[in-house]
Design a binder for this molecule. Structure first.
Ligand SMILES: [Zn+2]
Length: 390
């Protein structure tokens, strides 16, 4: 498997650099989707483009069509104004390398390997969440292992990605002239501002990793009218999807209590479908880490109590056994989503990390297709974690 990546190393790095030179934003990744799906098609994969109503999504497939079915996930969108400052060019090249190597081994009828290798081109990780639409469209229904790596500033076997959703709260009051007939007024904006105060109290007793961030999206029309409508948008995060559901319930109760106290009415609704938290499948992520160690990179555990943002890999991981390790291309004193990270994503360390990750992904995927009982163990772990809501 490692020779398969070795033989393709120069081409994979060319692909990573080509994506880096031509960064494309969410849902506009036409060059990237074309380049990657073209490479797979030429190697003999069957490619379906425009998956889940997204022109830049694709699914490529090779093998005997049977289970086990292992999926390599390719992200390839960039950031506005910053280019590949999240290093998705490396995710795409590594996943491509792993898929081509595994396919090569299947073609050569490597002993004991059987099943299906799938490559999922997943647009819009940075905004929109292409994987959420793909999960909903059933792309992962028959998948036994969803594999990817992410470049970062830490070497972590898994990613502590939180669950998130946006909640809208619309307060309704009664308009009136603020000096002409103030006793007739019911100030919807005052109620919304009151809710911010109440949520500040709630925020103090939230668990680490949980968070509320609100903005006012409608605060009235003119200063000589008491606002009859006010709307706030609240970004909610929690370490698990079930903790997030509980937080939504609490915030709704705060809004309803505020409405009761201020004589307004309030409507609350989820403004986004949100993301699940990331459920690491350690049967598979341990395997990736051990293969990566052979390649010279050692992964540890995330720092306890440190949580990152959210990602649409969370929704994949809620559905099927998944991995999302971080491999550092810069030190922990740096950050992704910065110009320096974008530079690093085309540097020598990035090249070595991408190739080592491609090898480790290929070996992990080969284990899934060749080692009796491995995907069954991964599914057992998946069910245990789902039952425990972690
Ligand atoms: Zn990213």
């Amino acid at each position: 498997m490692t020779q398969g990546v070795e033989a393709r190393a120069a081409r994979l790095w060319d692909v990573a650099l080509a994506l880096h030179r031509k960064p494309e934003l969410a849902y506009e990744e036409h060059f990237a989707a074309g380049l990657l799906s073209g490479e797979l098609e030429r190697a003999g994969f069957t490619v379906n483009r425009g998956i889940a109503d997204m022109p830049t999504a694709f699914v490529a497939e090779a093998g005997d069509g049977a289970r086990p079915r292992v999926a390599l996930l390719l992200e390839y969108d960039a950031l506005p104004g910053l280019g590949h400052a999240c290093g998705h060019n490396l995710i795409a090249a590594a996943g491509l390398g792993a898929a081509l190597s595994l396919h090569g081994a299947l073609l050569e009828a490597a002993p004991g390997l059987a099943g299906t290798v799938m490559v999922v081109g997943t647009p819009a990780e940075e905004g929109g969440g292409g994987k959420v639409a793909q999960v909903a469209a059933g792309v992962f229904d028959e998948v036994d292992a969803a594999l990817m790596f992410h470049p970062g500033v830490n070497n972590w076997a898994w990613a502590p990605l939180t669950a998130q959703v946006q909640l809208r709260a619309v307060f309704h009051g009664r308009a009136a002239h603020p000096t002409g007939n103030p006793t007739e007024s019911v100030d919807a904006l005052a109620a919304l501002i009151q809710l911010f105060g109440t949520l500040n109290v709630l925020q103090r007793r939230l668990d680490p990793g949980a968070h509320i961030q609100g903005i006012i999206t409608d605060g009235g029309r003119a200063t000589n009218i008491v606002p009859e409508r006010a709307e706030g948008l609240f970004g909610l995060r929690a370490t698990t999807t079930s903790a997030l559901d509980a937080l939504v319930t609490e915030v709704v109760r705060c809004a309803e209590g505020t409405a009761a106290a201020t004589g307004t009415t309030v409507e609350t609704s989820r403004a986004t479908t949100g993301y699940h938290h990331f459920r690491d499948n350690d049967v598979l992520s341990d395997r990736f880490a051990s293969h990566l160690r052979t390649g010279g990179f050692t992964l540890g555990q995330p720092t306890p109590g440190v949580f990152l943002g959210s990602s649409d890999i969370g929704d994949v991981s809620a559905a099927v056994p998944s991995i999302h390790p971080f491999v550092a291309i810069l030190g922990p004193e740096h950050s992704d989503h910065t110009p320096e990270f974008a530079d690093a994503a085309a540097g020598e360390t990035a090249r070595r990390v991408m190739l080592a990750s491609a090898r480790a992904l290929a070996c992990t995927a080969a284990d899934c297709l060749g080692e009796a009982g491995l995907t069954e163990r991964a599914w057992k772990r998946q069910r245990e974690k789902a039952a425990a809501h972690v």
